[in-house]
Design a binder for this molecule. Structure first.
Ligand SMILES: [Fe+2]
Length: 184
């Protein structure tokens, strides 16, 4: 199947799954099973997109969008420093393509009533390799950080909605701070 047809088929199946079951762990696991063959088919990724990402430390590029706006991104996470702790205003399903990724999920423990302040705690840390799946629950559970292990980790990340459309929250767990910033 041509890459474009493969992506179109993925979007149709994944959107139907979530529409039928809701954003549940069971549905995310099944979406992950649809994502895995795409992640392990490196021919799917346009060389130009890979080259653009290779020139930056960390980056994302949108690979495509489904009929109702779900969005598939290619991400690269270098080993040097972790991403800031951040959210995406969406659930997401992740599948590693290449390399290994330290993926940490965080939970917010304050009520958000004090502007600029946030208390968060790491609740899960796992190491993901090629073909491994993880997911971010719907907001406010979509707080996470990532870092390649020894080398850059390349991943497909499938979001329920385009995460570049709304400002993200960036957290500083040590200082108890949170800041809203444009995602691009
Ligand atoms: Fe992220």
């Amino acid at each position: 199947m041509e890459p474009e047809a493969q992506l179109a088929s993925f979007f149709a199946s994944a959107e139907r799954l979530i529409a039928d079951s809701g954003p549940t762990p069971d549905a995310f696991g099944r979406v992950g099973s649809l994502l895995r063959p795409l992640a392990l088919n490196l021919g799917l990724i346009d060389d130009n997109k890979l080259a653009a990402l290779h020139r930056s430390d960390a980056g994302f590029t949108i690979l495509g969008q489904g009929p109702t706006g779900s969005t598939l991104m290619l991400g690269r996470f270098p080993p040097d420093t972790p991403t800031p702790v951040h959210n995406h205003n969406s659930w997401a399903v992740i599948c590693v393509m290449q390399g290994r990724d330290r993926h940490i999920q965080w939970a917010r423990e304050d009520g958000g009533s004090v502007p600029g302040r946030a208390r968060i705690r790491a609740i899960d840390s796992r190491e993901l390799g090629p073909g491994d799946i993880a997911w971010l629950p719907p907001p406010p559970g979509d707080i996470h950080s990532q870092q390649g292990i020894d080398q850059a980790a390349w991943e497909l990340v499938y979001f329920g909605r385009d995460p570049t459309r709304a400002p993200r929250l960036y957290f500083d767990p040590d200082r108890g701070l949170v800041e809203e910033r444009s995602p691009v």
